[in-house]
Write a protein that binds this ligand. Structure first.
Ligand SMILES: [Zn+2]
Length: 262
């Protein structure tokens, strides 16, 4: 935009990001790294809306959203990028439009599709190379397990969040550093537990918003400063008690998913 490159910011961008560039521990180089970054967000719902909005406002240069769902009335309680007039439209396309309205200095692209093993390489590399970070913002265990396998196969760092009821979890796996994977932590999807979703178990509006923004907070540090605050850690958030805990984990040497991927 306005003839700038990835190595400089226009005056309007400097003004827009002024409070962030002023921040102790953040600087122009960090802001430029954000501008050069490409992320893919899988799921433009309760987590994907707040995560993508914060990352767009903060200046992540290229954001791709993948979701094959349409906006429904029951989504409006927590899916913060949508309003009543959007019902019936594609979540991915509407979210991308809204992000571009919020920050015209970034490129936001919506893909109305469902990510799978078969289309992953094509959808994730839509002309701009593979992304720097993959954000899992989906709402069920089986899909998260599948995205974990895609992250390992393509060696893309995976920032995986989940939110249900009044609780949430967050982790950031780095395949290149063999930090372990989603499967090391949670095992294979079972018929009993993996059927719990927001649709059948309920979720408080604030749970997804908090977890989406904790996810954005982690992504900003990772993309801007090269720092993984969740290395070897699983963050657990409980909205009822207002407590947040960090659980340490190690890669599972017997993990059938990441053990053979290196
Ligand atoms: Zn593993």
């Amino acid at each position: 935009m306005q003839g700038t490159t990835m190595t400089e910011l226009a005056d309007d961008e400097l003004l827009r990001y002024a409070r962030q560039i002023l921040l102790n521990g953040w600087d122009m180089d960090a802001q430029l790294r954000l501008k050069a970054a490409h992320i893919v967000i899988v799921g433009a719902g309760g987590l994907g809306c707040p995560a993508s909005e914060t990352l767009a406002r903060a200046g992540v240069g290229r954001i791709t959203l993948i979701d094959d769902d349409m906006i429904e009335a029951s989504n409006l309680q927590r899916q913060t990028l949508f309003v009543a007039a959007d019902i019936g439209q594609s979540k991915a396309m509407r979210a991308a439009e809204r992000l571009t309205e919020i920050n015209p200095y970034i490129a936001a692209v919506g893909i109305k599709d469902r990510l799978s093993d078969d289309n992953a390489a094509d959808l994730l590399d839509s002309g701009a190379g593979l992304p720097d970070l993959l954000l899992d913002c989906t709402d069920n265990f089986a899909t998260r397990d599948s995205i974990n396998r895609i992250s390992l196969a393509l060696k893309i760092p995976l920032l995986s969040a989940s939110a249900i009821g009044m609780t949430g979890q967050l982790s950031l796996f780095e395949p290149a550093k063999q930090t372990g994977c989603y499967h090391c932590l949670f095992g294979a999807p079972s018929d009993d537990e993996d059927t719990r979703t927001c649709a059948n178990s309920g979720v408080l509006a604030s749970t997804t918003t908090v977890m989406g923004n904790l996810q954005a907070n982690t992504a900003l540090q990772y993309l801007g400063l090269g720092h993984n605050p969740l290395s070897g850690k699983l963050l657990l958030w409980d909205g009822r008690s207002m407590q947040q805990r960090m659980m340490n984990y190690k890669p599972d040497p017997a993990c059938p998913v990441c053990h053979h991927s290196s």
